[in-house]
Design a protein. Structure first.
Ligand code: FMN
Length: 214
């Protein structure tokens, strides 16, 4: 089991702001804890099974406590393997770009695969929905071309953070920290200073997570 699972959602690699921030977090985390072990899921390289009819029927069968057909059982096994890896590390690190006001579709695909009854949440008519991914912390690094912070006067909606954080809470991850690098599409000086602030925040947060308290 790794100490940290890093889930990377930008395909822009060396040009990506969210990845640069995640790398800075990891650099400072390793500085603070040299033995830190990291598992990385690059959502642009990872083979994700289609979230198709069989997977959905497998999910509904679990919800309604029905047995799986062989096809549904195969789909469910694939989902279980993905969730095993997702649930294994005590700390999750996400780099999350804004795409069309929300998140990149590869990340949404991953979220759909991971959000499964009995594995990451449960439901009962008496108690409602309950997240099962407990005892875990997450760090989320958001990037967006525009500035969506309160007071920015941005007339466009932000479905990136509200969606992602509602999802974290839904599956039981209530302890998370977020860092935003924005705007990333703006005059150079503005991008540079937003990025410098976020890099400092990332290093500081990594020390808070991984420095041994004396
Ligand atoms: C397909 C696509 C859609 C985008 N949609 C938005 C958007 O709705 N709002 C915004 O502010 N920026 C948008 N951007 C700009 C990205 O948020 C910006 O380039 C950000 O830095 C991407 O993260 P990254 O640098 O980590 O790849 C979009 C970029 C792409 C590629």
């Amino acid at each position: 089991m790794a100490d940290l699972l890093y889930i990377e959602a930008s395909p822009r690699k060396e040009r990506s702001h969210s990845i640069a921030l995640a790398r800075e977090f990891l650099r400072a985390a390793r500085d603070a804890r040299p033995a830190l072990t990291v598992d990385t899921i690059d959502l642009w390289k990872e083979e994700l099974p289609a979230f198709d009819g069989a997977t959905i029927e497998a999910k509904y069968a679990v919800l309604s406590k029905q047995p799986h057909t062989p096809e549904q059982a195969r789909a469910w096994e694939a989902v279980q393997r993905i969730i095993e890896r997702f649930a294994s590390a005590p700390v999750l690190l996400f780099s999350v770009p804004m795409w069309n006001f929300g998140v990149p579709y590869r990340l949404k695909h991953y979220v759909d695969l991971v959000t499964q009854p009995t594995l990451t949440f449960r439901f009962s008519p008496e108690t409602g929905y309950e997240g099962l991914v407990v005892n875990k912390r997450a760090v989320v690094i958001y990037s967006s071309g525009g500035d969506y912070s309160p007071g920015s006067g941005n007339p466009r909606p932000d479905y990136q953070k509200p969606f992602f954080e509602a999802w974290l809470r839904f599956i039981g991850i209530n302890r998370f920290d977020a860092i935003t690098v924005a705007p990333t599409i703006a005059p150079d000086g503005q991008v540079g200073s937003a990025r410098a602030v976020a890099l400092t925040q990332a290093a500081k947060l990594a020390r808070e997570y991984f420095e041994v308290q004396s």
